[in-house]
Design a protein around this ligand. Structure first.
Ligand code: HEC
Ligand code: HEC
Length: 324
């Protein structure tokens, strides 16, 4: 018995060591939650997550130094923004509404309508190097990354700690891997819904939601990862732009509903201003006013205050022990 206790204590100490060491990573997840899948080629480490966080907030990742990932993905809005669509660095109008990033490590495929985008590492190329629309505008300027980031002693140190096997190489691939590792830590399972703290209305909303919504907004992240066309008029081809199939016109991936009360406006084009409007515009779903109110109360209970104020996800005030 005593020996078992000692062994357990030793294990616990080891776990703490691993968590504290830059080379290791320990998931801190609420009871029952599995960690998101991590690709073998990009193992988690504290050093990599720290680097990814700094990069997420760094406007040097855009061609003119004005736009970071966080310009469009704001923590206080569940890592969405408040605009219908957001223009890129050259003023190209955004095509689609900025989605939140809560639990994005569990989602696949990524974005509104691209079944080919199954990993966070690959998705980074869309905002950085994409041309339709141009967002961060780095296409053709790949060499700027090692030049800009490598001129900073602290970044060089951080890349060395995060990528020992790559010898601290700074390029689009390592930048994407660090950003992906940071985004896998954006886990939101601390809402009143998760803690079973539902108002009577939200409690009733659970049953109504199960009957009318859970077919598509299913599972712990309220998405089936599938593409559906709602009865909303749109000029956006959606899934059909990739597959070329007429049947896929206007189909979009079911969005997650985590922190949805903070991510207005809604839909792929940001055309629904409020939760009520988003629910009403699904079409084909008959709800009484009371049921809609109850469902709205349930959706509001998915707001995770701890997640949107967690200092671990905020702008890093320091790097290498110095103020940024
Ligand atoms: C100009 C605004 C803008 C910037 C800057 C931006 N994003 Fe996005 N992000 C979007 C939009 C819009 C979408 C949806 C695109 C689509 O579906 O076609 C998106 C989608 C995503 C998704 C998919 C989320 C999901 O639910 O599938 C991830 C992940 C993501 N962005 C991460 C990043 C990272 C990392 C950066 C920085 C390298 C970044 N974004 C920079 C606007 C932006
Ligand atoms: C047939 C599948 C399906 C059903 C059933 C369904 N949804 Fe949706 N939902 C979607 C899709 C797909 C979108 C994105 C549509 C778009 O952008 O054009 C969406 C979008 C939303 C949005 C906007 C989220 C955002 O970030 O933009 C909310 C809120 C929402 N649904 C709530 C509900 C509720 C509540 C119900 C039940 C009353 C429901 N949905 C039923 C598939 C579904």
């Amino acid at each position: 018995m005593r020996r078992a206790t000692a062994a357990l204590l030793a294990l616990a100490a080891l776990a703490l060591l691993v968590a504290a060491s830059p080379a290791g990573w320990i998931w801190t997840l609420p009871g029952g939650a599995a960690p998101p899948p991590v690709p073998a080629g990009n193992p988690m480490s504290a050093a990599k997550v720290e680097l990814g966080r700094r990069l997420f907030y760094d406007a040097d990742l855009s061609i003119d130094g004005t736009m970071s990932c966080a310009t469009c993905h704001e923590q206080r809005r569940g890592f969405a923004d408040g605009n219908r669509t957001m223009p890129g660095v050259h003023g190209d109008p955004g095509r689609r509404n900025v989605p939140g990033l809560a639990n994005v490590g569990y989602l696949a495929p990524l974005t509104w309508a691209d079944p080919r985008l199954t990993g966070l590492e690959a998705q980074v190329a869309v905002p950085m190097f994409g041309e339709a629309p141009v967002e961060m505008g780095m296409k053709g300027a790949e060499a700027e990354l090692p030049r800009r980031l490598g001129s900073d002693t602290c970044y060089r140190k951080m890349f060395k700690a995060a990528f020992p096997r790559e010898r601290g190489r700074i390029d689009a691939a390592t930048v994407a891997m660090a950003l992906a590792a940071f985004q896998r830590t954006l886990i939101s399972y601390g809402s009143p819904f998760d803690r079973g703290q539902l108002s009577p209305s939200a409690q009733r909303g659970k049953a109504a939601f199960a009957a009318a919504c859970a077919e598509c907004h299913s599972g712990r992240n309220f998405t089936d990862g599938q593409f559906h066309a709602l009865e909303t008029a749109t000029k956006d081809g959606g899934l059909a732009e990739i597959t070329g199939r007429k049947d896929d016109a206007g189909s979009f991936r079911t969005p997650s509903l985590r922190n949805v009360a903070l991510t207005a406006p809604y839909f792929h084009d940001g055309s629904a201003a409020t939760l009520d409007e988003a629910i009403r515009r699904h079409g084909g779903i008959a709800l009484t006013g009371e049921e809609r109110g109850d469902i709205r109360a349930l959706l509001e209970a998915l707001t995770d205050k701890g997640f949107v104020t967690d200092p671990e996800f905020a702008y890093p005030e320091t790097a290498c022990g110095k103020a940024l």
